[in-house]
Design a protein around this ligand. Structure first.
Ligand code: PLP
Length: 347
């Protein structure tokens, strides 16, 4: 039988702390944002009979979704298999092992779909070999964006009418889900998504990327392009230095995708005085202490780290242009094919 109480053991960690950052800008600081969609997806799976007591969960993830599933699985006696890649750092691997996760690390990227597609292909092998196992499929499962109603409600509780929502886009669940709910009340809401150079999500050609958590080599079904008014692309160096700034200026020790949201939201807020802006900060910085927050590691691994950072974005004529610095494109709530025409990246 569905043990709702146990699945909700970690519910107190789901709500973000809403931190005022000056002007009308708020940071929604999550301990681990993915706990919310992970719990919601598992609850729905149990209700639909897709996941039973002692069941096996298989998922592809190299980051926070894996950790969220691991925390929930150990509380609820599920077995969990994660297919990951290089982005699964040593600290996170240790935590997953401690939580009893079976890990399969993909070493080679798919020739066109990168590591993300290589992971998904490996996952299919595991699903075939473990009949009856449940695949949450965060990139395409509608329960992922649907989980965010309570986050939209929390933003309204604290901020009142929200004028602008800013955040990094990975699976698309958090930004598209929260935006949909907020727009039921505030149809004029501006939604600003953040991607990174060489990510296909909003039309960049696929190539090597140096940060995880946002962007990707394939376009997730949960990215609803028509939700976005504006897209920004940041380099890994810009994202990491923004995470350092968030720590130095506000004492908030958060991950790189939070840094990205801070950089863009601060700029948007300064350029729209009086508008209430919420930036989504998805996880804390501890996982990145040996990488993003270690300047020796950053200097050795992140291209153009010493280059001077731009104070503001360059507005590009199309999303597919070669980018080296902070770029911005007025997306205008259009679909991907409307913006890119025939030049669609793989989806
Ligand atoms: C740290 C971090 N930030 C942001 C995101 C993007 O969130 P979403 O998948 O809801 O688009 C992810 C996605 O995995 C993440 O791990």
């Amino acid at each position: 039988m569905f043990d709702r109480v146990r699945l909700r053991n970690l519910e107190e960690f789901e709500d973000p702390r809403m931190v005022p950052l000056g002007g009308h800008l708020f940071g929604a600081c999550f301990f681990l944002m993915k706990l919310l969609p992970a719990r919601f997806m598992l609850e729905r799976a149990v209700e639909r009979g897709q996941l039973g007591p002692g069941g096996i969960i298989c998922e592809s993830s190299s980051g926070t979704f894996a950790l969220a599933l691991a925390m929930l699985s150990v509380q609820n006696d599920y077995r969990l298999l994660i297919v990951g890649d290089w982005a699964l750092d040593r600290n996170l691997r240790r935590r997953l092992f401690q939580l009893g996760v079976e890990l399969d690390i993909v070493e080679t990227a798919h020739p066109t779909g990168g590591f993300q597609l290589a992971r998904l292909e490996r996952l299919q092998d595991h699903l075939r070999n473990k009949p009856g196992s449940y695949w949450p499929a965060q990139y395409s499962n509608h329960d992922n964006p649907t989980a965010y109603s309570k986050i939209a409600a929390r933003f309204i509780d604290v901020v009142g009418p929200v004028d602008c929502l800013v955040g990094s886009v990975g699976s698309g669940g958090s930004m598209c889900g929260t935006a949909r709910y907020l727009r039921l009340l505030f149809p004029e809401l501006k939604v600003v998504g953040i991607d990174t150079h060489n990510s296909v999500l909003f039309g960049q050609p696929n190539a090597l990327r140096h940060v995880s958590g946002l962007g990707g080599g394939i376009i997730p079904a949960n990215v609803d392009h028509t939700q976005f008014d504006e897209i920004h692309w940041l380099s890994a160096a810009e994202i990491i230095s923004a995470a350092h700034d968030l720590h130095k200026k506000h004492g908030l020790f958060m991950g790189p995708t939070s840094g990205a949201a801070f950089r863009v939201a601060r700029w948007w807020s300064d350029n729209h005085p009086g508008k209430r802006v919420v930036a989504i900060f998805p996880d804390e910085g501890h996982r990145y202490a040996d990488t993003v927050f270690d300047v020796a590691w950053v200097a050795a691994n992140i291209p153009n780290w010493t280059r001077t950072r731009s104070e503001e974005p360059i507005t590009v004529p199309s999303p597919g242009v070669k980018m080296t610095d902070w770029a911005r494109y007025p997306w205008g709530r259009r679909g991907l094919s409307e913006v890119l025409g025939d030049g669609l990246p793989p989806g």
